[in-house]
Design a protein around this ligand. Structure first.
Ligand code: HEM
Ligand SMILES: [Cu+2]
Length: 838
């Protein structure tokens, strides 16, 4: 929502150029925008739409359960509905909405003009939209998955033959990739795109939380993607990872799922707390109490949550000692959560609180979450869990946590930030009605579930007998659900009702202290007129003449002299300015790339593998064009004056560059997926007497060792190429690349020869299957590495990479460090380990 160039822009040529550089395209080209303020907004709207869809599914379930032995939905339909409800809420709403809000607001909170990779955000968004529509669409054709949101095998491998489970596995993997892309963007954003002076201890709390959450996504989603991969291989190619009759084990899925699934709870909870952490000080009119404690608690929760997954598996017959440890750890996580809540409450107590709808939703959310937390501590006690497991007690518990911990805070956030984004305020009166309807409806609906659960009503059943005496409780729950839905409708109406006659809200309506409130009304596409120097946590409150200085362009980058989109990059710890980063503008390439990437996943669902492969090649080609035209531009001059007498380089490479960080972070996620597969191998080894099984063929040691040696040579060649490029020794550079590409091909061949020359049949037993997976994983990465080497050679030939401007080869070298490590681990596992294990 941007006004035309008016007043300031027409008088001030600097402002005019800045405005033109950041102008959002109009007409149908509007959809080619990549700027965070547009993409973030679409992302929020799309996630909310999926939420409404999930909510309608919930109402269908509640209608079915209103009375005993109802036949509104068949058993089959009900299974699809609850699976889709859970999956949509978790994968298409809870995680994406928080990434969406962050893409929209994080740059503003950091006084940045945009995130470092706007096209990556756009690509992630389009992937999300395509994947989400695909997954949701399945239910209209009656082919939705039925395995519940955690898809336990063997139910989902042997007993469901339709495409439903494949849609779940592939569609959601696709969306998880988009989530990881957004996480990379957000991590680099927080670390490298802060305004000068914003040292680590001045970062807005929201950004701290998002940093923690994005890192959690980076380590939690890859295990699930690895699990999805294994299960899809079992379903489509009959590789028996979870099939006990051929050495597989369904428990592996449960581990991989919950290594993701428990952190997931905090992944959706922490960003909502982050919103509250911005709202609370504003309405208490005072700085947040215990900033350092809150940051420590957020980081601590992030760490602890990875150690808790087993508490979802108490009833699977694990050894008692591990149950004891995980039970204690599950209760320990209440401590950091408690610290955060105490800091919030303390802030409200010491401040002068102004009443508002935002605050109502904040308090309502906290109270609801605390109740959910208490029942959570109850089920963390293993003996209690034996009673409550798989009953409506759990359904009650999880919705207290999820709705208290995410929905209420998000609604609070919408009321809070709506004026900053649209220039108009929401209605306090409608907001109050929405709040009370939601709070009361929610409790009427979910509180009785604790009792129906304890009376023995199991979850995931499409109906129940009248003799169970839970009919009344269920009817109450259904009525409550409709009251809750009415509350949402009021909220929705408030957001969507036409506001053209309503006056514009004043700038910084709530009189907040943080940078996002620099947004002008109506909003300007450039974000901030000049990028400020920050000295305190609440600069709008505490730094004198701050807003005027920003507006009058007295800080950094007040114009766009060359008509390019630019923002500042700063150092990680001290936020010293180090680069004037040029970011790319609107494009449709990202849409094409998303469609082709989607094609790979969607076509595979229907086993059209040739079409999927073609789509994959097209996706890679599009992404290459995008990188070729949109990254690592050689600037027309080395340095540029960014204002206040500071001159910064326009192009940097190596560990100062944002691209290097993005590669590094992406590879950490990639390694996590790989380590999850390796975990699978050792999981089979620990639970089986005889693994690798006596007498079965392994890949031997000759081919794997040959593969390791060739790949190591490629790695050295790539490093040499980097050096020779820097010394501008062209022929040596091209020689190294030619050598590297040839040896890469040899490495791929040697990798594949190991298992194939020993006739390892992946459908016969889980051992050959997991060896094949590790080998194929490594080989695929080497193939990608070949494309990267060729890309660098082409860049140099085209004059787009030079001795001085060498970010491409530097990043590719970083990639190869990880490939070398991957190959070494693969060798250790498939070739060396069987020798020592025998
Ligand atoms: C808006 C009001 C909501 C209502 C009335 C509602 C209702 C229900 C009901 C009745 C079930 C139990 C299905 C069964 O076991 O047979 C359920 C399951 C579930 N809900 Fe909700 N829900 C709502 C919102 C949410 C939200 C906002 C989230 C997440 C952010 C969520 C996440 C889940 C999950 C993960 C399950 C478990 C699905 C499974 O068993 O596989 N729900 N919900
Ligand atoms: Cu958990």
């Amino acid at each position: 929502m941007t006004a035309d160039a008016t007043t300031t822009e027409s008088r001030d040529p600097d402002a005019k150029r800045l405005f033109d550089a950041w102008r959002t395209p109009t007409g149908w080209r509007y959809w080619s925008a990549v700027n965070n303020s547009e993409v973030g907004l679409w992302y929020v709207v799309a996630s909310f739409t999926f939420f409404l869809f999930g909510g309608i599914l919930a109402l269908l379930m509640r209608i079915q359960l209103a009375v005993p032995e109802n036949d509104f939905l068949t058993a089959d339909q009900y299974h699809q509905v609850f699976t889709m409800h859970g999956s949509v809420m978790m994968f298409l709403f809870a995680v994406p909405i928080l990434e969406a809000i962050s893409i929209l607001l994080l740059p503003e909170m950091l006084g940045a003009r945009d995130l470092p990779f706007p096209r990556l955000s756009a690509y992630g968004f389009w992937c999300f939209l395509i994947g989400g529509v695909f997954v949701c669409g399945s239910i209209f054709f009656g082919v939705a998955p039925e395995g519940g949101w955690f898809m336990y095998p063997p139910m989902t491998t042997e007993y469901q033959t339709g495409v439903g489970v494949d849609i779940w596995l592939l569609g959601l993997s696709f969306i998880e990739v988009a989530s990881i892309a957004a996480a990379v963007e957000l991590i680099v954003g927080v670390l490298k795109c802060r305004p000068p002076g914003m040292r680590l201890n001045l970062i807005p709390l929201y950004a701290w939380y998002i940093l923690v959450v994005a890192v959690m996504i980076l380590f939690a989603f890859p295990p699930l993607i690895a699990g999805d991969l294994l299960m899809e291989l079992e379903r489509s190619l009959d590789w028996p990872f979870f099939d006990a009759s051929r050495g597989g084990d369904p428990m592996l899925w449960q581990h991989l799922f919950w290594i993701f699934g428990h952190p997931e709870v905090y992944i959706v909870f922490l960003p909502s707390v982050a919103l509250l952490a911005m709202i609370v000080p504003t309405f208490a009119r005072t700085a947040m109490v215990g900033y350092g404690w809150i940051v420590l608690a957020a980081v601590g929760t992030g760490f602890l949550s990875f150690g808790l997954w087993v508490h979802h598996m108490f009833t699977t017959g694990l050894p008692a000692i591990s149950i004891g440890i995980f039970s204690a750890a599950s209760q320990a996580v209440a401590i950091p959560t408690g610290i955060q809540l105490f800091c919030f409450i303390a802030t409200l107590l010491v401040g002068r609180v102004t009443k508002s709808v935002c605050l109502l939703f904040t308090l309502g959310g906290l109270a609801t979450f605390i109740i959910g937390g208490l029942t959570g501590v109850m089920v963390a006690v293993a003996p209690f869990d034996y009673q409550a497991h798989d009953t409506y007690f759990i359904v009650g518990h999880l919705h207290y946590v999820l709705i208290g911990g995410t929905i209420f805070p998000i609604v609070a956030g919408v009321y809070y930030y709506y004026p900053a984004v649209t220039g108009k305020q929401l209605s306090e009166r409608l907001g109050r009605s929405a709040f009370w309807l939601m709070l009361i409806g929610f409790n009427i609906s979910f509180f009785p579930m604790h009792f129906s659960g304890l009376l023995g009503m199991p979850r995931r059943v499409y109906t129940y007998q009248a003799e169970l005496h839970v009919g009344t409780l269920n009817l109450i729950s259904t009525i409550g659900a409709f009251v809750l839905a009415a509350g949402f409708l009021v909220f929705l109406w408030d957001v969507l009702r036409p506001k053209s006659r309503q006056p514009l809200a004043p700038r910084n309506v709530w009189n907040a202290g943080t940078l996002e409130w620099l947004a002008e009304v109506p909003d300007k596409p450039w974000g901030v007129r000049s990028i400020p120097i920050v000295e305190t946590r609440y600069p709008l409150w505490e730094q004198e003449r701050f807003v005027d200085d920003v507006d009058e362009g007295r800080f950094y980058l007040p114009g766009a002299d060359e008509g390019k989109r630019e923002t500042l990059v700063t150092s990680v710890v001290d936020a010293e300015p180090i680069q004037c980063l040029r970011v790319p503008g609107p494009t449709f390439l990202t849409h094409l790339a998303a469609v082709f990437t989607g094609g790979v996943f969607i076509l595979s669902t229907f086993h059209w593998y040739v079409a999927a492969a073609i789509s994959g090649v097209l996706a890679v080609a599009t992404i290459l064009v995008w990188l070729w035209t949109g990254t690592a531009w050689i600037p027309e001059k080395h340095e540029k004056d960014v204002g206040r007498g500071v001159t910064l380089p326009i192009y940097v490479s190596g560990s100062r560059a944002v691209g290097w960080w993005a590669m590094f972070i992406t590879m950490l996620g990639d390694m996590t997926a790989f380590i999850s597969l390796v975990f699978g191998y050792f999981f089979y080894w620990t639970i089986q007497e005889d693994f690798p099984p006596q007498g079965s063929n392994g890949p031997g040691w000759i081919y794997p060792t040959a593969a390791l040696l060739t790949i190591t040579l490629v790695w050295l060649a790539v490093m040499a190429a980097r050096t020779w490029n820097r010394q501008d020794r062209g022929p040596m550079f091209y020689g190294a690349i030619a050598f590297g590409v040839t040896l890469s091909l040899a490495g791929v061949w040697a990798l594949l020869m190991g298992p194939s020359s020993h006739a390892m049949d992946p459908t016969s037993h889980v051992y050959p299957a997991i060896v094949w997976v590790l080998v194929l994983w490594t080989a695929l990465h080497v193939v990608v590495g070949i494309v990267m080497q060729l890309y660098c050679a082409a860049r140099r030939m085209a004059g787009k990479m030079t001795a001085r401007y060498d970010a491409d080869i530097v990043n590719v070298t970083l990639y190869w460090h990880f490939i070398a490590l991957t190959s070494l681990i693969t060798w250790l596992v498939v070739a060396a380990f069987p020798m020592v294990a025998r």
